[in-house]
Design a protein around this ligand. Structure first.
Ligand code: ADP
Ligand code: MG
Length: 200
């Protein structure tokens, strides 16, 4: 069993899209996931209310510094838990990091998304020193063939590995919020991402 969070302090990088895609990919594989909405803006819960009735959904409507404790009870019931994180840094950020097995940090292939990383990376490094850090990697999302090397070079100093398979910008993923199904290639890509070390 594994708890996976999509986390970045910046909005618009694809946390909710990829969290929903991950839950859909697991469901299609016959392994239902609990989708946890840890963003007070409620994107994942709203999506689930409209289109994801078959999902288990847990909505946290305010800063919840005890997510790590909640995660223990989810673990008992669910094989997979997917957490859609808030676009901010708060007490919840550290609690999410402590409570999950792996963290995927979506970034668009653009410098501002990279420049926003050091704070989150610093918390991960602190937790590593304490032996409490989850597996963590940055994943490029909305990729349109941009040169990634300069962006990867910029990130080296922060100690966050980069997932080797960028997630393309696609009409299918953009349409998820409108209730579209996940296409097969995206589903396979999400399942590979979820095989990142840190789970079972
Ligand atoms: N891979 C992708 N391809 C196309 N559109 C995407 C992709 N990932 C995210 N989007 C779009 O980008 C916007 C921001 O995504 P969202 O998941 O809401 O980000 P976050 O949760 O990090 O704020 C949304 O309009 C979403 O549909
Ligand atoms: Mg979101």
């Amino acid at each position: 069993m594994a708890v996976t969070a999509f986390l970045h302090q910046k909005g618009g990088t694809g946390k909710s899209t990829l969290a929903i895609a991950a839950a859909l990919a697991l469901q299609e594989k016959g392994e239902p996931a609990l989708l946890v909405d840890a963003d007070p803006q409620g994107t994942a819960s709203e999506w689930a209310n409209r289109f994801g009735k078959r999902f288990g959904v847990e909505s946290l409507h305010h800063i919840q510094p005890t997510l790590a404790t909640l995660a223990e009870s989810w673990r008992e019931e669910w094989r997979h838990v997917i957490v859609d994180g808030p676009p901010s840094l708060s007490l919840m950020t550290e609690s999410i990091l402590v409570g999950v097995d792996r963290v995927i940090v979506p970034v668009r292939p653009s410098l501002p998304d990279i420049w926003a990383l050091p704070w989150l990376a610093a918390i991960v490094r602190k937790l590593r020193r304490e032996g409490r850090a989850p597996a963590a990697a940055v994943a490029f999302n909305m990729y349109r063939g941009e040169p990634l090397e300069p962006l990867i070079a910029e990130m080296k100093q922060w100690g966050l590995p980069v997932w080797p398979e960028p997630i393309p910008a696609s009409d299918e993923l953009a349409a998820l919020f409108a209730g579209a199904a996940l296409d097969g290639a995206s589903a396979q890509r999400m399942l590979r991402l979820l095989e990142m070390p840190g789970g079972e």
